[in-house]
Design a protein. Structure first.
Length: 426
């Protein structure tokens, strides 16, 4: 049994010293603050830079300089096949088979590409189901796709309303929505983790329910990949998309990713085709007819951006070494400690919005400040000025995310102490 939590420096340091993953923190560049490190809780928005990224990108620049076009075929990792060098590690992180994943484009682009194939509306079944308050990328994309197909978002964009006290959504609410609207829904498009509340959804349960109603199912995993031990293949989802600059620590605007379930690997689905999605065995014959590479690779449009893939390759190697099971175990403990600090030390100042059940959340806790938005914004600015880096989401949420690869128990305690200092000064 784990020891009870304590709000003391000695206890937090002892936990960090005993952490089997403690060495991974040294593999990241921690932004400085007043002669030391800041307390960085913003991996849910932009993950920190792995130290090895600079050398990895530099190596590709060297190959470019030394080999020119021959770098496509020579060097340690020839560029022709570079996206394949991240495939196995990416599949392991998301719980998929290698043929089901590809690193390409960015999240918004991949979402549109997937909807070309998996949103096939008819007059009888034109609708898309998303959550109310969805991230704008998802909202704008699905609304524009509905219009593109000649339907009306006013009637054919169905928003799942939260039914729990803090704005979270029960599985029962999803089941009720599909019982009511399922016969009209062509696509269920929900998040793995809701960006504002931090709620994690049961992907397998949603996929099974949606499929019972004849709907296709896709997931936006921007806040779930690298955060939760996903099992995408077993979930039964038709597709998923994600970005790689959050928990996957691959840099601003990093190459995103997509999952297409193996049952669609050979399917003649409609798609926006590109040269790099053509069967690699005949790609360079430059023929006029498109023949898709089996699996997720067949949705690629263009050759991969090598300098952008190098950071993802480095980060995924860290995940492979740490293991998602060990990262999740630490994450449960870290996030549990942060929640305990809020409940026992800061209950008169803060309220946690994120579900209390560990299986319904990842690393992120979404927090509201008692007293409303003005006080919340004042606390957020105080924390930032004092080297405690989270982020703000309108209208009144501070997101604090202890990422297990580089955050410590001492960081969580520092957050609590900073909130107490702000409160005393008010």
């Amino acid at each position: 049994m784990p020891l009870p939590f304590e709000a003391t420096t000695a206890w937090a340091r002892a936990q960090d010293a005993a952490d089997p993953l403690r060495a991974f923190r040294d593999e990241f560049l921690i932004p400085p603050h007043e002669g030391g490190d800041c307390h960085y809780f913003c991996g849910n928005s932009l993950g920190l830079q792995p130290r090895a990224v600079r050398d990895a990108v530099g190596a590709e620049l060297d190959y470019w300089g030394e080999l020119g076009v021959e770098g496509h075929f020579k060097g340690r990792l020839p560029w022709m096949d570079y996206h394949e060098f991240v495939r196995d590690d990416l599949a392991a992180v998301v719980g998929a088979r290698p043929v089901e994943v590809v690193a390409m484009n960015t999240l918004g682009v991949n979402l549109h590409l997937m909807m070309v194939s998996f949103y096939r509306p008819t007059r009888e079944r034109p609708a898309i189901l998303i959550e109310a308050g969805a991230f704008p990328t998802d909202r704008y994309a699905v609304e524009s796709q509905i219009r593109f197909h000649g339907f009306d978002p006013a009637t054919d964009l169905i928003e799942l309303q939260p039914d729990e006290p803090n704005g979270t959504t029960s599985m029962q609410a999803i089941e009720r929505a599909l019982a009511e609207h399922g016969a009209r829904v062509a696509l269920v498009m929900l998040p793995g983790v809701q960006y504002r509340t931090g709620q994690a959804f049961d992907l397998a349960a949603i996929a099974a329910c949606a499929h019972r109603h004849g709907c296709t199912v896709g997931f936006d995993l921007a806040h779930a990949v690298g955060n939760l031990p996903l099992q995408l293949h077993d979930s039964g989802a038709d597709f998923a998309i994600w970005c790689s600059y959050k928990y996957l620590n691959s840099g601003p605007g990093a190459v995103g990713g997509a999952f297409v379930h193996e049952r669609h690997a050979q399917a003649a689905l409609p798609r926006f085709a590109g040269w790099w999605g053509h069967d690699k065995t005949t790609r360079f014959q430059m023929g006029p007819d498109f023949h898709a590479t089996p699996g997720a690779d067949g949705w690629q449009l263009s050759n991969p951006p090598i300098l952008a893939l190098a950071p993802l390759r480095v980060s995924l190697q860290l995940f492979r070494r740490a293991g998602m099971a060990a990262l999740r175990e630490k994450s449960l403990r870290l996030t549990g400690y942060l929640e305990w600090l809020v409940q026992t030390q800061l209950a008169d100042v803060l309220q946690v919005v994120t579900p209390a059940e560990p299986e319904r959340r990842g690393a992120q806790l979404s927090i509201r400040v008692q007293g409303g938005r003005e006080r919340g914004r004042a606390l957020f600015e105080y924390l930032m000025a004092h080297g405690v880096i989270g982020d703000w989401r309108e209208p009144d949420v501070i997101r604090i995310s202890p990422a297990p690869l580089y955050n410590r128990f001492a960081d969580c305690l520092a957050f609590a102490e900073a909130v107490q200092a702000w409160h005393r000064a008010r």
